[in-house]
Design a protein around this ligand. Structure first.
Ligand SMILES: C[S@@+](CC[C@H](N)C(=O)[O-])C[C@H]1O[C@@H](n2cnc3c(N)ncnc32)[C@H](O)[C@@H]1O
Length: 300
């Protein structure tokens, strides 16, 4: 069975997906007469809520082909350590084959680690991962990458274009997954609560929600160094390596707009999950002093 759904082939025909760059100068501010328009952050800019999704889409259209290279360059490969430890902490396959959904899965970094972990630790070749992303270009890169792996053309992996906020009840049924992962995606979503609600809906009772995301650094010296690095070096690397300063500027800004650990943990509980206590090592697990952070919860 072909495992690339509603995605890259059909999208090639869609002119809206031909953007290669995001022109941030075109970001409109809400018009004066639309005083009731709800707004949200797009990095440090304020935009009408309904615009954010397409702006985020454009960012990832722009960065898709260089995404893996840029991830390695901007983090000096550290994102690999975070992702390895994220997946290892979930121990996929330890209680037998799992049905997993990786939302905002992009080029498949987490999906590949889940499948490798299950195979390498438990000889499990039945765990499945459905990679979901709003952006067809990112999925296309993931699909290409999986073509080089043993999982290609097996029921273990599939790619689907969908919005984390509303996956769709037809295709993504209630109470159907053992594990829901979301890595470095949720801060890009317009309505974080809606994403959490969807995660809760699709997980089976007892299923695990696990989110890897940039978060708040808890050491003032580290914070100062991290800020300097993020705001000067990363956009510069974006310019040099990908010819795209604005997208990388947005990615850095969006990190600072994301709710801190305690607040995000509360949002996870509000969606119906049980979490640990509000301490590092409880409801969340900081990585590198909070530069990144894993939040998890269980659907009761
Ligand atoms: C920074 S990338 C992370 C990709 C991958 N999870 C990783 O860790 O390498 C964020 C991904 O989230 C996707 N994304 C953003 N908003 C989304 C939404 N509302 N629904 C689904 N995917 C979304 C983007 O298209 C992008 O592929």
């Amino acid at each position: 069975m072909q495992r690339l759904s509603r995605s890259t082939r059909s999208l090639k025909l869609r002119p809206t997906h031909c953007f290669t760059r995001l022109n941030h100068t075109k970001v409109q501010q809400p018009s004066k007469d639309a005083s009731s328009t709800r707004t949200t952050s797009f990095g440090f800019k304020t935009v009408p809520e309904e615009m954010k999704e397409s702006l985020v889409k454009n960012v990832f259209d722009s960065v898709a082909s260089k995404y893996d290279l840029m991830n390695d360059a901007t983090s000096f490969g550290v994102h690999r350590i975070w992702k390895d430890s994220f997946v290892a902490s979930l121990r996929p396959g330890r209680r037998g084959p799992m049905k997993c959904i990786d939302v905002g899965g992009g080029t498949g970094d987490i999906a590949l680690r889940i499948l490798d972990y299950a195979k390498d630790h438990y000889y499990d070749r039945e765990t499945t991962v459905e990679v979901i992303d709003i952006n067809a270009q990112m999925l296309k890169e993931g699909y290409k990458r999986f073509k080089q792996t043993m999982y290609h053309n097996t029921p273990q992996i599939s790619f689907h274009e969908a919005n984390a906020q509303d996956l769709g009840t037809e295709k993504f049924k209630d109470n159907s997954y053992d594990l829901y992962t979301i890595a470095f995606c949720i801060r890009n979503c317009t309505d974080i609560s809606a994403v959490l609600k969807e995660a809760h809906r699709v997980l089976k009772p007892g299923g695990t929600f696990a989110c890897l995301e940039f978060s708040r650094v808890n050491n003032p010296l580290l914070e100062m160094l991290y800020d300097q690095y993020s705001f000067s070096v990363i956009p510069l690397m974006g310019t040099i390596l990908a010819g795209d300063r604005e997208s990388y500027q947005y990615l850095v800004e969006s990190i600072r707009k994301f709710p801190p650990q305690v607040q995000f943990a509360q949002m996870i509980r509000d969606a119906g999950f049980a979490t640990g206590k509000d301490v590092d090592g409880g409801a969340w697990e900081n990585q590198w002093g909070g530069i990144a952070c894993v939040h998890s919860g269980v659907k009761l």
